[in-house]
Design a protein around this ligand. Structure first.
Ligand SMILES: *[C@@H]1O[C@H](CO)[C@@H](O)[C@H](O)[C@H]1NC(C)=O
Ligand SMILES: *[C@@H]1O[C@H](CO)[C@@H](O)[C@H](O)[C@H]1NC(C)=O
Ligand SMILES: *[C@@H]1O[C@H](CO)[C@@H](O)[C@H](O)[C@H]1NC(C)=O
Ligand SMILES: *[C@@H]1O[C@H](CO)[C@@H](O)[C@H](O)[C@H]1NC(C)=O
Ligand SMILES: CC(=O)N[C@H]1CO[C@H](CO)[C@@H](O)[C@@H]1O
Length: 941
């Protein structure tokens, strides 16, 4: 719209200028009213228009484009490639008809937004054919492939290439396409077969078809569904450009990261996402801090499968409406793993079995956390903590952002503005709290000689990322004064250096966990000094769809050298390679379970760290985006996840922050964090009403922490998600596929936050199940099932629902987990239609390193059926359980009042029993946690 108006003004001017010259003549049979805009984006010129193969005719008519298609319909295109099947043959900018046809591709315009105009023809000239029949190997198949033609998109094609297929487990298939004659970079994450031979009873088959090019299909045996099918064509395997396309069996596709996705279920209308780690505030379509080339897809019959593309080079993926996916990367190899599910939870279990199960977080780290960049001084910090305590707001962890450091230097603290910090941290810890400090990966090289050991020790050990010469360190600029060098964490010596410094610094600041930031790695320049040399590594022929179209932007030059290879290959592994060393350093320093929070993540990071969703904004829409991000990171095997509550950038408002405190009370990682210079936004700063609402919501979180902790246990041991979309649990209900404004904790607890300013109700979708209002215990009417229903949400309330069929362990809350862990337990027993429910409780000391391996834990399983609760103590290995008790049971969905209730053989007296007509039965009891809890509801007949 904007442009057409502007053009019109321009056109009128032209018309005036050229009125008598008659130069505004061009030949076209297409009348003005049929012109279809061929240059809808701004900046159309005659040259740009002609280079697209379109026609340029100026006109003084209103709202008529100057640049338009030569034809009036798409039908002029060769019909053997329908628009939805197009694969882009000119993925780099500035496509034109000439350039396209020179590559042997078809140029044909289309009205379909974002669809490529230059696309591969159907007969697949770029592909590879099988030189001989696929050979059986001990693990599966090997096929040798030869390139069909000399056609090349970006030069330096490799031929032959080999494809190895491994039947790794019955649920996991790997196929790997590589150069058999020369080693290329491979991600150092080994995902091995469970045995030396091919799995025998696989859920999948693979089928090879040697048409003019080799195609293959991966098929789910049980249903015949084709999960992967390369028939769209055009495998490309060249030195700096690799591409493969597949059809997918449905448009219910989730995952890929890290991005700000506008919906959990992807839009498949020719949307492209770049993946390359970057210090970049969340914005739609931008490549953010981490890289996760992993997706899951729900098939038409509700089976689910997942696929990992294990590659760390700059890459992008296009989701197209066929539906299909096209992967493009500029290095490494094509290494894919397919996980057969068949449920979404099974897919994530299988995925985390391959890449590493999520770590078990310390119990205290499930408490509420507070942070801000630049309190300014220790006095402001103390005042903030004091008002949190004055309002009794549950609060376990205080973070120190870079302002605790002296002039932003790692392993120092500011003895001027934060004088007395070590003593203050000791005081907080005495009060049952914990303290987490930030560390950045860059180290200033410009401190006076003999004054800054982190630099001098690192220099002595030769552990920096080097320039392309492999000898001189790469020098950039970041937060500390002077210039900085960058530790190369892919080098085992760097882990020694880092561990030594982290352990030593524990004696200065008695921290409990480490928060590692800026590890994309961030650098304030465009490459290190003096800039990047002009070569193919720094300027590859194809730059994937990343912001600013430059690999070096806000980071180091791709031709820098790291221990594992060039930065070109290892860039997106920087934060990942820092994470395991930080995990072990924290364990060593504290002697306790590690807390590591990392901004940059990659496949497998969840084994060692949690993540926050980055430098978000205090905007209402960001609350919605945070739910999507949180669900996605659960798919990526990083369930310890949350966004900065109330938003990081910009000033928040009372209502936004209040609604965000309510939502954030249900982030697995629940932290309010704020940027420098913004209005204060801790939950105690807005006065008594705000504090009371935040307190009551956080008390619900603390009540349910035993349930949340048990979900993390399950995640650590079996790989389940902690937070999940309704789609995971109600997969066959298609309405759930697109739900991303409500989410579940495990299978049993639904959170439906308010995400709009001024709203006092939420439209909640209730899939087919029994649901109970968390606050009242009332059952949701069956007439609400499979519908969106408007539910009241006054300012002091976030709608919460329990799902029938589940037993949730609870504990009387307190203002810290140190205190709440001593309190009595309870059970919420939410019955399903059949009057049944089950659940479990995992308990240990909450911060030992190996409580599961050492069997120092307690695990109880509960089942309720036919009016009877039974407990099985599966493990009774944690002695402190002996002093803990149950004091309260709530049973929801009880049809009528029982006459007698028997607890462990004794009748419960009437004053300890309360029954509401809505079906809620509340029992005050006293029973030891360490013994079986058995309850019978008896009715006189
Ligand atoms: C595969 O097809 C190509 C081209 O049609 C042919 O040259 C090649 O021999 C075939 N390979 C096998 C193993 O049949
Ligand atoms: C899956 O279902 C969609 C929508 O009902 C349909 O358009 C599509 O053809 C189906 N795909 C397969 C592979 O059956
Ligand atoms: C103390 O804070 C001021 C103001 O932010 C800052 O300029 C100064 O560098 C800080 N002192 C130290 C030792 O970091
Ligand atoms: C970087 O350079 C140092 C010498 O300055 C050398 O010891 C080290 O091995 C180099 N590392 C890499 C990865 O090039
Ligand atoms: C509120 C919020 O967290 N929004 C976005 C923040 O950034 C992450 C990416 O780091 C997105 O996934 C979130 O949706």
């Amino acid at each position: 719209m904007e442009r057409i108006k502007r053009l019109h003004v321009f056109a009128v001017m032209l018309a005036v200028l050229f009125q008598s010259s008659g130069s505004n003549i061009c030949s076209t049979t297409i009348s003005e009213d049929l012109r279809r805009d061929c240059h809808p984006e701004p900046g159309a010129t005659e040259a740009a228009c002609l280079s697209r193969g379109c026609r340029w005719c100026e006109t003084s008519s209103l709202n008529v484009p100057f640049c338009f298609y030569d034809s009036t319909e798409d039908a002029a295109c060769p019909s053997d490639v329908p628009v939805q099947k197009r694969v882009d043959c000119h993925p780099q900018p500035d496509a034109s008809k000439e350039k396209c046809e020179a590559k042997g591709c078809i140029w044909c315009s289309t009205k379909v937004p974002n669809a490529p105009w230059c696309y591969f023809p159907a007969d697949d000239p770029y592909g590879y054919f099988a030189t001989e029949k696929p050979q059986k190997t001990s693990k599966g198949w090997r096929v040798m492939l030869t390139k069909r033609d000399t056609m090349s998109l970006f030069g330096n094609d490799i031929s032959p290439v080999a494809m190895d297929v491994e039947f790794q487990t019955n649920d996991r298939l790997r196929f790997k396409i590589y150069d058999p004659n020369s080693e290329r970079f491979e991600v150092p994450l080994k995902i091995q077969s469970s045995s030396a031979v091919a799995a025998a009873d696989t859920r999948y088959d693979i089928e090879f078809i040697n048409h003019s090019s080799l195609q293959f299909k991966i098929i789910r045996k049980s249903s015949g569904t084709v999960l992967w099918d390369t028939s769209l064509g055009d495998l490309i395997f060249s030195k700096q450009y690799l591409q493969i396309s597949t059809t997918v069996p449905s448009t219910s596709v989730y995952g890929f990261g890290e991005h700000e996705h506008l919906s959990f279920k992807h839009n498949m209308n020719f949307v492209t996402y770049g993946m390359f780690t970057r210090d970049q505030s969340p914005a739609p379509f931008a490549n953010l801090y981490g890289v996760h080339p992993f997706y899951i897809c729900i098939e038409n019959d509700s089976n689910a499968h997942g696929v990992l593309f294990l590659n760390s080079n700059a890459q992008d993926v296009t989701l197209s409406p066929n539906p299909a996916l096209t992967f493009r990367t500029i290095g490494g190899i094509l290494d894919f793993f397919v996980f057969l599910g068949p449920t979404p939870e099974n897919v994530i279990q299988q995925y985390t079995e391959a890449i590493g199960r999520p770590h078990l977080p310390a119990y205290w780290s499930l408490g509420f956390q507070l942070s801000r960049w630049d309190y300014g001084s220790i006095d402001v910090l103390k005042k903030t903590v004091a008002r949190m305590q004055q309002y009794d707001i549950p609060y376990d962890v205080q973070h120190g952002d870079i302002d605790y450091m002296e002039r932003n230097l790692d392993f120092t603290y500011d003895t001027e503005n934060y004088s007395g910090l070590p003593e203050y941290i000791r005081q907080l810890k005495k009060d049952g709290m914990h303290y987490v400090i930030i560390l950045d990966p860059f180290i200033s090289k410009d401190e006076a000689p003999g004054t800054y050991r982190p630099y001098e020790l690192g220099e002595e050990m030769g552990i920096w990322v080097n320039n392309s010469d492999g000898i001189t360190p790469a020098v950039g600029k970041a937060w500390p004064p002077g210039d900085s060098v960058f530790p190369d964490y892919t080098n085992p010596k760097t882990a020694d250096w880092w561990t030594q410094l982290c352990v030593e610094f524990k004696n200065v600041l008695d921290y409990d966990g480490l928060w590692i930031d800026m590890n994309e790695p961030a650098n304030f320049g465009n490459g290190q000094q003096p800039g990047c040399a002009p070569n193919d590594i720094n300027n590859p022929p194809y730059v994937p769809r990343i912001t600013s179209n430059s690999l070096a932007w806000k980071t180091l030059c791709p031709d820098s050298k790291t221990y594992l290879g060039s930065h070109y290959n290892t860039h997106s592994l920087f934060g990942w390679s820092q994470t395991a060393p930080t995990f072990y350093a924290t364990q060593k320093a504290t002697g306790k379970r590690a807390f590591v929070l990392s901004r940059s993540t990659f496949v497998g990071s969840g084994k060692y760290a949690g993540h926050w969703l980055g430098d978000n904004f205090s905007h209402w829409k960001d609350m919605h985006m945070s739910i999507i991000g949180m669900m996605e990171f659960n798919l990526f095997g990083i369930p310890y996840i949350g966004a900065d509550i109330c938003g990081f950038n910009l000033d928040t408002t009372y209502e936004l922050c209040l609604r965000w405190m309510q939502l954030g009370s249900f982030y697995p990682f629940s932290r309010n964090h704020n940027a420098k210079g913004n209005k204060e936004q801790d939950p105690a700063v807005f006065g008594a009403e705000f504090a009371a609402i935040s307190r009551s919501t956080l008390l619900i979180r603390y009540t349910l922490l035993p349930y949340l902790y048990t979900l993390f246990f399950d995640s650590h041991v079996h790989g389940n998600t902690v937070v999940r979309g309704l789609m995971h649990e109600f997969t066959s209900d298609l309405q759930t596929h697109g739900i991303d404004k409500a989410f579940l904790w495990g299978p049993a607890f639904m959170i439906a936050p308010v995400l709009q300013e001024g709203a006092r109700s939420v439209d909640v979708y209730f899939p087919e199940a029994s649901w109970f209002d968390y606050y009242t215990g009332d059952e949701v009417p069956t007439s609400w099932h499979k519908k969106y229903v408007s539910v009241d949400a006054p300012l002091d309330k976030i709608p919460l629902f329990l799902r029938g069929g589940y037993i949730l362990p609870t504990q009387t809350p307190a203002t810290t987990t140190t205190l709440s862990r001593l309190n009595p337990f309870g059970l919420i027993i939410a019955l399903n239609e059949e009057g049944k429910a089950s659940g479990m409780l995992f308990w240990d000391d909450g911060d030992s390193i190996d409580s599961i391996e050492n069997e120092n834990y307690f695990l109880a399983k509960y089942t309720f059926s036919e009016g009877q609760l039974r407990t099985t103590i599966v493990k009774n290995g944690y002695r402190a359980v002996d002093s803990l008790t149950y004091n309260k049971l709530q049973i929801l969905g009880v049809a009528s009042r029982p006459n007698t209730i028997v607890l462990n053989g004794k009748v419960i007296s009437n004053e300890n029993l309360q029954y509401q007509a809505s079906g809620k039965l509340t029992l005050q009891i006293s029973a030891p946690l360490s013994q079986d809890l058995n309850i019978i509801l008896q009715y006189n007949i």
